[in-house]
Design a protein around this ligand. Structure first.
Ligand code: GLV
Ligand code: GLV
Length: 323
């Protein structure tokens, strides 16, 4: 009997075909809505493998329902949507999709940084709204990116790729990381700074850490208040790393100059979120890895991990330690 797998969102045909050679495949057919929790709870009972997205909350009560699940293959590099402890306790492997999205996400992060600093979205809206009556000297002026100081919080794969991009803009680069990465400092031309110091000296602060209990609300009132008045905060990691209420108040009161956000505490973000009312906030719908080529690579990697898991092999991107 073929192993059974469930896919929580429609993925391109060739991946389904590849999986179908080996597995019995069931899938949530809708492209633009996540599978309802109750449906997933039914489906998970007798499957061997689950391919899921960052929009699926794979919590303990869901994992408990699974009778024979061997692997949860997440199609994202972040896996904060999965209760890893519970999976590990139940002997279930969890995988992610690192590396293939590193450069694409670093590109988007740097693009968002420029867009926020140079007010690109505001300027485009200004033109399209018919407000462009004449060119004037100080109209829509923003901040220079080149030669400024960048603070990277979290020097992982994507943080490193961001540093490489910033080098080309002659930025002075500082990083904070739980473990100081001496070996990277010369290679990348980056300097270590404790978090408080980094916040005080940076013109741009980019959040590049995974979302864990330790990084929840890592950037709160106290941290935001250390930042320069001209500073811009960029978050393409996870919304919960920043206290959004604090960010709103600090932006509103001119404590910092702007924010570029690709992620939110609640996604999709509610249109009532006050951050969306601020002209100095550039808001994107979680598109860090969203290039066509990269999304195909992520699907490919997730499927490869899933197949290894259901065949009792060790998948390439195992993130937990079982047995
Ligand atoms: C996207 O946010 C990811 O974790 O891959
Ligand atoms: C602006 O376009 C300039 O030529 O300075």
């Amino acid at each position: 009997m073929k192993p059974k797998v469930y896919i929580t969102r429609k993925i391109p045909e060739p991946f389904i075909n590849r999986l179908s050679l080996i597995c019995d495949v069931r899938m949530w057919e809708k492209e633009d809505t996540p599978v309802p929790y109750e449906i997933l709870k039914n489906e998970i009972e007798d499957i061997d493998g689950l391919l899921c997205m960052l929009t699926d909350n794979i919590d303990d009560s869901l994992i408990r329902k699974a009778k024979r699940l061997k692997i949860i293959a997440n199609m994202a590099v972040g896996y904060n949507n999965i209760d890893i402890n519970s999976a590990t306790n139940h002997g279930i492997m969890v995988t992610n999709t690192p590396d293939v999205l590193t450069k694409t996400t670093a590109d988007l992060t740097f693009g968002l940084l420029i867009a926020t600093a140079r007010r690109l979205i505001e300027a485009s809206d200004y033109l399209k709204n018919g407000d462009w009556k004449s060119w004037s000297l100080m109209q829509l002026t923003g901040q220079d990116v080149y030669g400024s100081t960048l603070g990277i919080i979290g020097l992982g794969r994507i943080g490193e790729a961001l540093a490489k991009r910033a080098k080309g803009f002659d930025m002075e680069i500082y990083y904070f990381n739980r473990r100081r990465k001496y070996e990277k400092e010369e290679e990348l031309g980056v300097q270590y700074a404790p978090l408080e110091e980094l916040l005080k000296i940076s013109d741009f602060v980019c959040i590049m850490t995974p979302y864990t209990p330790e990084t929840k609300n890592l950037i709160d009132y106290e941290q935001l208040s250390l930042m320069k008045k001209n500073a811009i905060l960029i978050n393409t990691a996870r919304g919960g790393i920043v206290n959004e209420t604090a960010l709103y108040h600090v932006l509103k009161n001119g404590g910092i100059a702007g924010a570029g956000l690709d992620v939110f505490e609640e996604e999709p973000v509610s249109l009532d979120n006050p951050l969306l009312t601020l002209p100095n906030v550039v808001a994107l719908p979680h598109i860090g890895s969203a290039s066509t080529a990269t999304r195909m690579k992520m699907a490919d990697l997730a499927v490869t991990n899933l197949i290894a898991g259901v065949q009792n092999e060790k998948p390439k991107n195992l993130v937990n330690c079982i047995r």
